[in-house]
Design a protein around this ligand. Structure first.
Ligand SMILES: *[C@@H]1O[C@H](CO)[C@@H](O)[C@H](O)[C@H]1NC(C)=O
Ligand SMILES: *[C@@H]1O[C@H](CO)[C@@H](O)[C@H](O)[C@H]1NC(C)=O
Ligand SMILES: *[C@@H]1O[C@H](CO)[C@@H](O)[C@H](O)[C@H]1NC(C)=O
Ligand SMILES: *[C@@H]1O[C@H](CO)[C@@H](O)[C@H](O)[C@H]1NC(C)=O
Ligand SMILES: *[C@@H]1O[C@H](CO)[C@@H](O)[C@H](O)[C@H]1NC(C)=O
Ligand SMILES: *[C@@H]1O[C@H](CO)[C@@H](O)[C@H](O)[C@H]1NC(C)=O
Length: 804
């Protein structure tokens, strides 16, 4: 504890002596301010932050007690005390010795106070980090950093159980529906809560730092450090970094991380010396797609009930009511929708056909609200069944012959291209049908536009992570699929439907997307990669891989393999978005990664840092582990090398080209002499007529791991010292001679982390053993790299026998 206070007190002594203690830094006992336009504020010593009354734009007579950025035109709030009960004009805030800050309305009603139970307050201080503190004689009795609103600031730490709460809207500071908290198990989660209670629903984002008995240590604190990095500090002091590497000096930039009113946790930056109209820019945010990431059993989801969530170009959720439905609260676009008509099970005056019509929404679903599944069923029968069922509000027709009927209120509504063209048949009362109650809906332009926007928006987000976040939905569907599989077997198989989330493109579409294959961005054993762009409501970039003409493959095999690739989903794998299979034209459409490959990163200038290299090594190992052991069909990559590892904008490693070895050469037995790897990374069994197993990837990973550790190519003929030409040999020699420093010379970070360097080299030597059975599995590799598993002394990776 004493340690924690030391910096604070040294800071206090450095405070400039101020002639006006009321306005700078130090707030004395008895000082007060009142809520009015020109009320005085307390300013931090540097002037960066101000504390005082903030007038609400929505009602000029109401004020928030708040802390905001004082030097930039956009006086963004970083903390507020009374979002739920704004203070009327004339309210007064006073600092008292026994009760801390007390906020009273003009009528004397207590609106808010600091909870300080444990001492007498000597003074209040707003420091240059934006932290408002009440100081006792030798301790901090209260601080705004420990009682956050929706924002955390650099140097702030959140202990377990301390939550950020979103506000209700941009301008309404009352408690909103989203919450972020480091749970007692050490996992950082974002959840919706069911207002007005505190009930938290299933998380829509998890950091995965709960820890488990045999590997990682659980999270202990959320830390936002001075340099602008957010990480979960584990109990063993390791860091689980959430945000990307920051370029440039944190001294020139304000950082804040806010749980926005739409549920997205966002790290923003803003230049300190703002010239004119600079603004907050997003550095990082989670989750990628809140619409599909959020799936709750007893709440409304990311949007309100009966609403549909879609992402805009900035990956922010937009909520909208379907046709025939309107907002319950017209001022809350993110709230619930209500039908514009009533439907009851009373006898209707006319036939159902005359009363109701269906609005068809493609790729829209409200998972978890169904009360009946009918199958096998045609779309027409599905409509008819819903039409004559007075409970039915919407029917989902999908997967060729399945019809799910759903009742109100609909929850978790989302647009999800992963639904592969599935239809939502929304039952709405015809506008010119006989009245059935107080409503007599009239047709309006507005309705049409709503509808059109929705339909337009449907297929937009292919390729965003919409795609993978919807796995949960897919899993549910798969569940149904299995339950009814038995029945299905007796039916003719539906040929047209691929059971994945992949989109099938026409050749023409891809010619257009790539501007006639104009910009080549890569070339490999399997084909040429072109940059492309899909134009929907907005443009997003893709990488289109045109496969070399396949040898003896059948249409069925191509589909099966693409299907297997399409079913993979992992942070460290490049996402496949779709494919084209038209005649001889076989193309794969992938997400586009702007940061190039590990090859250009690793061997380029400037050299990547040791921590980036280790992060990349962990990423590749996890990706391979997934391919080998965790996805539904085991995938052997066969061509692991730096050129095949791409980097996203946060420097996360993503393995590309997986699954292609089998796809392109599926009809050849492994005894074929055609070697499928790349020189320098190829395991010896390729030359030896031994079975090809996942261990070939382990070998290549070993070579790559050495390259990452030493930041040089595996074969370097230009090396001035001959014995250094072959990295694997040199590394083993250095290891045996105890001269590992030579491998990372001039790299101070690595030299200061000798333990890890040694561990990495040892693991690599294990990976490049000649005998595949000696090589560890990728699971063991990841555990050894992470230091969970002890690394035994590796034997020499020498050939079994010297071959001529
Ligand atoms: C803050 O105010 C208190 C009370 O007036 C005073 O004792 C203390 O020295 C002040 N601290 C600074 C750093 O000015
Ligand atoms: C500032 O407050 C005083 C009284 O508190 C008032 O007389 C004056 O008009 C106010 N000025 C502005 C610009 O609102
Ligand atoms: C922990 O170890 C056990 C046995 O070795 C294994 O079955 C389990 O999957 C491991 N758990 C995790 C989370 O790795
Ligand atoms: C903040 O954390 C990052 C990531 O762990 C680290 O690189 C950086 O040095 C830290 N900054 C400070 C001031 O501790
Ligand atoms: C600043 O505002 C002007 C006019 O509103 C605009 O033309 C300009 O692009 C803006 N600059 C920046 C950096 O946003
Ligand atoms: C819903 O009904 C209201 C009147 O009750 C009408 O103003 C509005 O246009 C209707 N909206 C739709 C989408 O039908």
């Amino acid at each position: 504890m004493a340690l924690a206070f030391f910096p604070l007190f040294s800071f206090l002594f450095l405070l400039p002596a101020s002639s006006d203690a009321q306005t700078v830094g130090n707030v004395t006992i008895g000082a007060s301010i009142s809520a009015a336009e020109n009320s005085s504020t307390w300013i931090s010593p540097s002037g960066d932050f101000a504390f005082g009354f903030y007038q609400l734009n929505s009602n000029k007579n109401l004020f928030l007690l708040a802390i905001w950025y004082n030097k930039i035109p956009d006086k963004t709030l970083v903390w507020y005390a009374n979002g739920d009960s704004p203070a009327p004009r004339g309210s007064r805030l006073q600092l008292t010795a026994d009760r801390g800050f007390v906020l009273n309305s003009p009528q004397g009603e207590e609106l808010w106070k600091t909870e300080t139970w444990n001492g007498v307050v000597n003074s209040g201080v707003l420091d240059d980090n934006g932290n408002l503190m009440l100081l006792g004689s030798n301790s901090i009795l209260w601080e705004s950093f420990k009682n956050p609103a929706d924002t955390v600031l650099p140097t702030q730490k959140l202990d377990k159980g301390v939550a950020l709460s979103s506000r209700q809207s941009e301008t309404n500071f009352a408690k909103g529906r989203f919450r972020m908290v480091l749970q007692s198990d050490g996992n950082l989660v974002l959840t919706t809560i069911n207002l007005p209670s505190d009930h938290a629903n299933e998380p829509y984002y998890e950091s995965g730092t709960a820890g488990d008995s045999n590997s990682s240590s659980p999270g202990f604190q959320l830390v936002f450090n001075e340099s602008g990095y957010l990480f979960v500090l584990r109990e063993n002091e390791e860091r689980y970094l959430l945000t990307p590497r920051i370029t440039g000096s944190a001294k020139d930039v304000y950082y804040r991380a806010t749980l926005d009113f739409d549920g997205i946790f966002t790290l923003y930056s803003h230049p300190k010396t703002s010239t004119g109209n600079s603004s907050w820019t997003t550095v990082w945010s989670e989750p990628d797609n809140i619409c599909t990431a959020s799936l709750v059993n007893s709440g409304s989801g990311a949007c309100g009930f009966n609403s549909i969530c879609n992402l805009n170009a900035e990956r922010r959720p937009i909520c909208g009511c379907p046709g025939g439905y309107t907002l319950v609260d017209p001022n809350d676009n993110y709230g619930s929708c209500k039908p514009n008509f009533t439907q009851s099970c009373e006898k209707e005056p006319a036939s159902m056909e005359d009363l109701y019509e269906f609005e068809v929404l493609t790729n829209v679903d409200w998972p978890l609200a169904d009360y009946a599944l009918l199958e096998p069923f045609t779309e027409d029968k599905c409509r008819e069944s819903c039409l004559h069922d007075c409970m039915c509000a919407v029917a989902i027709f999908r997967l060729g012959d399945k019809c799910w009927k759903k009742k109100l209120p609909l929850s978790n509504g989302r647009v999800d291209p992963g639904l592969n063209g599935g239809k939502a048949l929304l039952k709405i009362r015809k506008v010119d049908s006989p009245p059935d109650g107080p409503y007599f809906p009239n047709p309006g332009m507005k309705k049409k536009t709503n509808r059109e926007t929705l339909i337009l928006a449907l297929s937009v987000l292919l390729g965003s992570s919409v795609f993978f976040n919807c796995i949960l939905v897919a899993a549910i569907c798969l569940g149904f699929y299995f339950i009814y599989q038995k029945k299905l077997k007796t039916l003719p198989q539906n040929k047209g439907v691929m059971e994945t989330n992949l989109r099938s493109f026409t050749y023409k579409e891809l010619v257009y997307a790539t501007n006639e294959f104009k910009e080549e961005i890569g070339r490999g054993a399997f084909g040429i990669v072109y940059k492309g762009a899909l134009h929907r409501n907005y443009v997003f970039q893709v990488a289109v891989k045109r496969l070399n003409t396949l040898i003896h493959d059948s249409d069925k095999e191509f589909k099966a393999e693409v299907n297997a690739i399409g079913q993979t989903h992992h942070k460290n794998l490049v996402r496949l978005l779709g494919f084209c299979d038209e005649g001889d034209n076989r193309l794969l459409v992938y997400e586009y990664l702007s940061n190039g490959s590990v090859a250009s990163f690793l061997f380029g200038d400037p050299r990547p840092s040791w921590s980036q290299r280790t992060q990349i090594a962990f990423g590749i190992a996890r990706g391979l582990l997934y391919l080998h052991e965790e996805c539904s069909t085991q995938i052997i990559h066969c061509d692991i090398k730096p050129q095949n590892i791409l980097l996203d904008e946060h420097c996360n490693a993503k393995i590309s080209d997986f699954g292609l070895a089998k796809l392109l050469l599926s009809n050849q037995s492994h005894t074929n002499t055609l070697i499928r790897g790349t020189k320098g990374y190829v395991a010896p069994e390729w030359f030896r007529n031994l079975p090809i197993t996942v261990k070939v990837d382990v070998y290549s990973f070993g070579v790559l791991l050495l390259e990452l550790t030493c930041c040089r190519r595996s074969v370097d003929m230009e090396s001035s010292v001959e014995e250094r030409a072959i990295l694997t040999d040199w590394a083993y020699d250095c290891y045996c001679e105890g001269t590992l420093d030579a491998l990372v010379e001039n790299d101070t970070d690595a030299l200061n982390d000798r333990g890890k360097v040694e561990r990495f080299v040892q693991v690599a030597i294990w990976c490049i053993q000649e005998d595949p059975s000696l090589r560890p599995t990728m699971r063991m590799v990841t555990q050894m790299l992470e230091g969970v598993l002890e690394v035994p002394i590796p034997p020499c990776p020498c050939p079994y026998a010297i071959t001529a």
